[in-house]
Design a binder for this molecule. Structure first.
Ligand code: AP5
Length: 184
């Protein structure tokens, strides 16, 4: 039987950082839709060319494109980072998990105040130059999160799967809280 963990939370919360460590320590595959899309953009594939302007604006890529990527990349033991992000994505994932007999171990919601999110992403813009880490796009990403992704908090709360984790503190402190919240 397969197993999955979902990382949910606003942009800059530390989902990618924590998901990578958990995946490595548990021997799970980390599946980040953002990383997959950035890889397509870097390689200049047709998908990359289609999604680049959407990502640069801070909007969401259409669900159908994301679901096609997920179907290709899903593994038996998987940590999902940045997916699902809309209710249709969450419902499609539920069906996929059911079809593949995969158990959801938990949905980790990493909570960080907005001022700190902004600081982290602006710092990353200086260090790495990620093209969606400028103030205007960051504000749009936060708005899209509140509008489209935040409803998933209630969705997973209603299923008893949500694990709220304080995302302030060092990465080691946050990681310890995540392991405790998941009980693994
Ligand atoms: P995506 O790549 O998923 O970006 P995001 O959700 O905006 O998240 P980030 O990568 O900015 O933050 P994170 O929470 O992973 O934090 P991180 O660990 O990097 O999506 C990008 C775009 O792709 C979207 O806008 C959309 O267009 C598209 N997309 C992706 N998935 C999609 C989907 N499912 N549907 C539709 N469209 C989709 O940390 C952030 C920074 O903080 C780093 O510099 C890190 O080093 C630092 N940091 C981490 N932890 C700490 C800490 N504890 N203290 C201080 N700094 C820390």
């Amino acid at each position: 039987m397969g197993e999955a963990v979902i990382f949910l939370g606003p942009p800059g919360a530390g989902k990618g950082t924590q998901a990578a460590r958990l995946a490595e320590e548990l021997g799970f595959k980390k599946l980040s839709t953002g990383d997959l899309l950035r890889d397509h953009v870097a390689r200049g594939t047709p998908l990359g060319q289609e999604v680049k302007p959407i990502m640069d604006r801070g909007d969401l890529v259409p669900d159908a494109l994301i679901l096609a990527l997920i179907r290709e990349e899903l593994a038996e033991r998987v940590i999902l980072d940045g997916f699902p992000r809309t209710l249709p994505q969450a419902e499609a994932l539920d069906r996929l998990l059911q079809e593949t007999g995969t158990r959801l171990l938990g949905v980790v919601l990493v909570e960080v105040p907005e001022g700190e999110l902004l600081r982290r992403m602006l710092r990353r813009a200086e260090l790495e130059g990620r093209s969606d880490d400028n103030e205007e796009t960051i504000r749009r990403r936060l708005e899209v999160y509140r509008e489209k992704t935040e409803p998933l908090v209630r969705y997973y709360e209603g299923r008893g799967a949500l694990r709220r984790v304080e995302g302030l503190g060092t990465p080691d402190e946050v990681y310890a809280r995540i392991r405790e919240a998941l009980g693994i």
